[in-house]
Design a protein around this ligand. Structure first.
Ligand SMILES: Cc1cc2nc3c(=O)[nH]c(=O)nc-3n(C[C@H](O)[C@H](O)[C@H](O)COP(=O)(O)O)c2cc1C
Length: 166
């Protein structure tokens, strides 16, 4: 239990990554945890993007300055269009991958900008590059890599978000 709490505390976003690629064993660990979450339908597809040229191209296309923070791996998550709980289940899977990343000594950050690119009809070439099946919509992606430096993050402050019906 204590270990779980420590893990959750460490699961904060990382904005600085080393260039070094994560290992395939680490990647497979994240994948295994990701797809083991509770889900009837398993309504997801994941594109693991580790090609630096393609990452650079995607970063440039967002029009943002350093949108992936130099992370060497991005996992883009796609939810099946005709499924009952696709977005929630796929978000659970991403969250589970982020937990597994902490166990592997890796940092992560949720990245929203890739979603807009991968769902844009003008950029179907990118979707094809990612070999995404038809009938799936990108809901987000996570940047993953070795943290470059310790970041001093403020605690989350707002605890007034619960009501109690007893
Ligand atoms: C759907 C979604 C998309 C996000 N997209 C980005 C993004 O593109 N870039 C970014 O720096 N943070 C993005 N964030 C925010 C970070 O992932 C992170 O939640 C935020 O920095 C707070 O981190 P902390 O809880 O560790 O303080 C996104 C968060 C969510 C939930």
């Amino acid at each position: 239990m204590e270990q779980n709490q420590e893990l959750l505390k460490k699961r904060r976003r990382t904005f600085h990554y080393r260039k070094e690629q994560i290992s395939d064993a680490q990647l497979h660990d994240l994948e295994a945890y990701g797809i083991s979450v509770q889900s009837e339908e398993q309504p997801w597809f994941f594109a693991v993007i580790q090609n630096q040229e393609i990452l650079n191209r995607m970063a440039e296309m967002t029009g943002l300055d350093d949108p992936f923070y130099g992370a060497p791996t991005l996992i883009a998550a796609f939810a099946k269009d005709n499924a009952v709980s696709a977005v929630v289940d796929t978000a659970f899977a991403l969250s589970s991958m982020m937990n597994a990343a902490v166990n592997e000594g890796l940092g992560t950050c949720m990245i929203g900008s890739l979603k807009d690119l991968l769902n844009h009809p003008e950029h179907m070439d990118l979707r094809n590059l990612c070999r995404v099946p038809d009938g799936y919509t990108c809901i987000g992606s996570i940047a993953i890599g070795f943290p470059d430096e310790e970041e001093d993050l403020p605690d989350h402050q707002n605890t007034d978000v619960f009501s109690y019906i007893r």
